[in-house]
Design a protein around this ligand. Structure first.
Ligand code: 6A9
Length: 763
């Protein structure tokens, strides 16, 4: 019974929110308190869509179909859409996106207009044209609105088939009218010939929208412009649904079929703004509003980052604007429960119901929140809009559970869950992630209102204490990432997902003896920021100051992590330097076919306690987080490894693992190509620039050398990310160290967008 009780109480702490007052005060994010953040493009996983910051919000969106091609809706990698992204987006009221899809160029623009008590109005303009000459294919645009468990929608039909408008009402949003204006030609002149179809259906969940629409398409509609041949096309049939799935909401969809070029406008008018509205925001009024917002965006961008004044070319400025805009346009609002797994319990448990307002690493691959990514995002967002950054940070801290843990990856709600393979959904309760939110807070702190910081403090304290308690190392002042891969024989080197550096080589044989250098440096940074915060608030700062002092003591750091035999800082653990993957053929069972060969790890030299020979990002951490004194005798060695082409230097930035390191560019399993084993990653390069910039300014014997490296590294990194953007239209997850080519997910305007700050030299 005692064991049962213990299990129960542990589970209950796992799913219980932390008792401290919320960092986001109730009501502070609603339409009355924050009208400008109420509506937004908070659906990063669709090419174009908007919703409100409400749980179970009404959603709006766009799908399109070039007849003969595929239905487009959610952003997917390698679906044939060759380029898309926000060119301008102010994170609040306005955005311009361009999408290139097999000859079709779509421009999606939105503008919001304040008024009333429910977040005001907005208008969309979608401009469609073909890139080349030749006959335009038939194009269908599908504009939809859907509910998810609350709210009602009523269609307003014209001539029985054209959905002219939707009258709706929902919690927080109140009454609203969505109007689909008739399409016009490119210059806005006269109505353009189009066919109309309309669909009203029950929605079993927002993640089923694409299938729902696909399922209702029939090739029985006819496009017959006067005096021209008739063409059949796929149109939605007016009633539909997914057989056997229980509806939880409503969908109303307006399909417009036409030959590009064309301009389509949609307006959303809030019932409560009726008294203050001066005319509909469409046509010339919309053009004027878009132009005004674009000019204001340009001005604010220049005032914030001064790239023009610094001599950046127009293409470079456009690139930087797009990088920032894609991060702002990638901000999402999520609602749901994580699926949690504790060490001591077999079955997963759903976490507390929560909401999260956050940027995302990548709209197509990772349209959800990631803890340590977000700290990097906030460095950029905090420069553009400190209030927005503070709000996001507060949302993250409200995810804290009673133990003080924040799950690393936030998969909240059906739409988020639908994008993740089941084996990746579970969040393990011993798994940490670097506390980069504190890095962001360090920069937000000087201008943040005191009441805000007071709300944050108890939560930050609990979070940091959780890290300190659960990730403690084998000796005082050492730390160890928990949750490394359990089955070491399957991997060349068992991964450490919690560190954020996934497959970066660590001790070959995970054990409780390990001490991880990067984590120790993160803890030093965390203690430093908490000390400053506590002091600022008149709270007791001494424990944090003492901890920060101990963790940045250069002699102690040396004793615990300097590896004389390697000439660098390193992790320590049970490690074999001679491991390799080899094909094994398991012995067949009698009378069965021979089993498939398996790639397994051979250990050719027994592991022993020692420093881990892997020169790379982890080795640089004392420098990256500026724990080394400016006169440290270790600085020359680190600067030397950074600048050495045999080790970390490339013409495109610093590679993650030295070229002469044993696991450089090695696969971890048959299916796992190298990830943090050579590629150039922008987040760590940003930390390197920031640190070099710092060392170049501090008096010390290595000042000149740091300044020189700073200039060269900044040039290399910025030039390559820009070059790759020009060539492909995307920011990428990481960059190949041999030729700078973008790798992995794209678009990836998460931390790769930090190039904007490097261009601005704003650290
Ligand atoms: C896998 C696959 C359709 C890996 O940017 C987010 C994270 C970083 O925090 C981490 O440091 N990325 C980096 O090493 C991406 C992680 C993706 C995990 C989800 C599911 C589904 O793909």
């Amino acid at each position: 019974a005692a064991a049962e009780w213990k299990r129960w109480s542990e589970t209950s702490r796992l799913v219980t929110p932390h008792p401290a007052p919320p960092a986001v005060p109730p009501g502070s994010t609603g339409p009355l308190a924050s009208p400008t953040y109420f509506w937004g493009t908070y659906r990063p996983h669709v090419y174009f869509g908007m919703k409100t910051r409400s749980p179970r919000a009404v959603v709006t969106g766009l799908m399109w179909l070039q007849h003969g091609g595929n239905l487009r809706h959610t952003s997917e990698q390698n679906d044939g859409v060759s380029r898309y992204g926000w060119l301008m987006h102010d994170g609040e009221n306005f955005g311009v996106q361009e999408i290139r899809d097999e000859g079709l160029v779509l421009r999606t623009e939105f503008v919001k207009q304040p008024g009333g008590d429910h977040g005001g109005d907005w208008s969309w303009r979608v401009t469609a044209k073909m890139e080349g000459k030749g006959p335009a294919p038939l194009l269908s645009l599908f504009f939809y609105v859907a509910t998810d468990g609350q709210g009602t929608l009523r269609p307003v039909l014209e001539n029985g088939t054209r959905l002219a408008a939707v009258a709706g009402t929902a919690e927080e949003l109140g009454d609203f009218t969505l109007t689909f204006l008739p399409p016009t030609g490119e210059g806005g002149e006269g109505t353009k010939y189009a066919s109309y179809n309309f669909l009203a259906a029950g929605v079993p969940g927002l993640h089923r929208l694409t299938d729902l629409v696909r399922h209702s398409l029939r090739e029985s509609s006819v496009f017959s412009p006067p005096g021209r041949p008739r063409r059949r096309f796929f149109g939605v049939s007016s009633t539909g649904g997914l057989p056997g799935e229980v509806p939880r909401g409503q969908l109303l969809l307006h399909q417009v079929t036409l030959e590009p070029p064309a301009v389509l406008e949609v307006t959303l008018e809030s019932g409560s703004a009726a008294g203050t509205r001066r005319g509909r925001l469409a046509g010339p009024a919309l053009s004027a509003a878009l132009a005004r917002h674009a000019a204001a965006f340009e001005q604010r961008f220049e005032d914030t980052f001064r790239l023009g004044a610094r001599g950046a070319s127009l293409p470079q400025r456009r690139f930087a604007q797009a990088a920032l805009s894609e991060m702002l346009g990638g901000i999402g609002f999520f609602h749901g429960r994580s699926l949690l797994r504790s060490e001591r319990r077999e079955e997963p448990v759903p976490g507390a119901e929560s909401v999260l307002f956050t940027a995302v690493p990548s709209r197509c691959c990772f349209p959800r929140g990631f803890l340590w990514d977000e700290g990097f995002h906030l460095l950029l967002l905090g420069r553009w809009d400190p209030a927005l950054a503070r709000d996001i940070l507060a949302h993250w801290l409200d995810l804290l559970n009673a133990d003080g843990w924040i799950p690393r990856e936030q998969i909240l709600g059906d739409e988020a869950r639908a994008r993740v393979p089941p084996e990746f959904v579970l969040q393990h309760s011993e798994t940490a992630n670097p506390p980069t939110l504190l890095l962001a807070l360090e920069r937000l702190l000087p201008d943040a209102p005191l009441p805000y910081l007071r709300r944050l403090f108890p939560r930050l304290r609990a979070w940091f204490e959780w890290l300190n308690r659960t990730q403690a190392g084998p000796e005082p002042f050492t730390f160890r990432w928990r949750g490394r891969d359990a089955d070491p024989e399957r991997f060349l080197n068992p991964k450490t997902l919690s560190s954020g550096l996934d497959d970066y080589p660590r001790a070959s044989h995970p054990s409780a003896q390990e001490r991880h250098l990067d984590l120790r440096c993160w803890m030093a940074l965390g203690a430093r920021v908490l000390a400053v915060l506590a002091e600022h608030l008149g709270e007791s700062a001494a424990p944090y100051r003492d901890m920060a002092a101990a963790l940045s003591d250069n002699d102690l750091l040396d004793r615990l992590h300097w590896a004389p035999e390697l000439g660098t800082f390193a992790d320590f653990g049970n490690h074999s330097a001679a491991v390799a993957l080899r094909w094994h053929r398991p012995s067949p069972a009698p009378g069965r076919p021979p089993p498939a060969p398996q790639l397994r790890r051979d250990v050719r030299e027994a592991p022993r306690p020692r420093f881990v020979g892997a020169l790379g990002y982890v080795s640089l951490f004392p420098l990256l987080l500026q724990l080394l004194r400016a006169d440290s005798p270790r600085l020359p060695a680190l600067l030397g490894s950074m600048r050495s082409e045999k080790q970390l230097w490339t013409p495109f930035g610093l590679r993650s693992l030295a070229r002469d390191s044993p696991l450089y560019l090695r696969r971890n399993t048959e299916h796992d190509p190298p990830y943090w084993r050579g590629s150039v990653w922008v987040n760590i390069n940003f930390l390197a620039l920031r640190a070099l910039h710092g060392y170049a300014r501090a008096a010390g014997p290595h000042r000149e050398r740091a300044a020189e490296l700073y200039r060269e590294l900044r040039h290399n990194l910025v030039a390559n990310v820009f070059r790759q953007y020009e060539a492909t239209g995307f920011l990428w997850e990481h960059y190949r160290d041999s030729d700078g080519t973008g790798q992995g997910c794209h678009p990836f305007a998460g931390w790769s967008a930090l190039v904007v700050l490097a261009m601005a030299e704003d650290y």
